[in-house]
Design a binder for this molecule. Sequence first.
Ligand SMILES: [Zn+2]
Length: 198
Amino acid sequence: MTIVWHTDMTAREYAAAGEDLEVPRPDCPDCVRAMVFWGSYDRPVRIGTIELRLRIRRAMCKSCCSSHALLPDLVAVGRLDPVEVIGEAVAEMASGATAGAIARRISLPYTTVRDWRRRLASRARLLSAGLLAATVALGDLVGLLPVGEVLAAICAVTAAAHACRRRFAINGSDWTVANLVAGGHLFSANTDPPWIAA
Ligand SMILES: [Zn+2]
């Protein structure tokens, strides 16, 4: 499983931190005991035309023997590009920009950008439901949503991020913090958000 933690670092800063990277040590999500760090692995993240490696630490619970990857909220499970890049692109497309224009500007394949839009559209209702439930659980009110499932989902991203920042006194872009709320599954390729699977 994955535990997502919040970082104010950019992907470049995270990659450059190397052995100096400080990751908060979590409690076990199953039995709430303090976990111990238990190795790490590298995963790629794409910044425009270059690919960096992010060191992802793992933690293990000695009590119930579960282990978890500690994923920074700047990336989503199963996605090569930072959530902020994907989020800004889908928001632009929801406002009328074409996938081709965005792909050229950020130097990525057209099919990649088109897939982001399709994936968000296919999960928009699920994301809205989960993010708005989280918004309420975090103590914020939910206002009127715009017409259209994708626009409503983007609005839900903003609402959940606002509620989370206020509740936990953290910074971060709407997309990054919403990914934290979604347990790393804001733009997952194949997995529904945890609140849907539960
Ligand atoms: Zn445990």
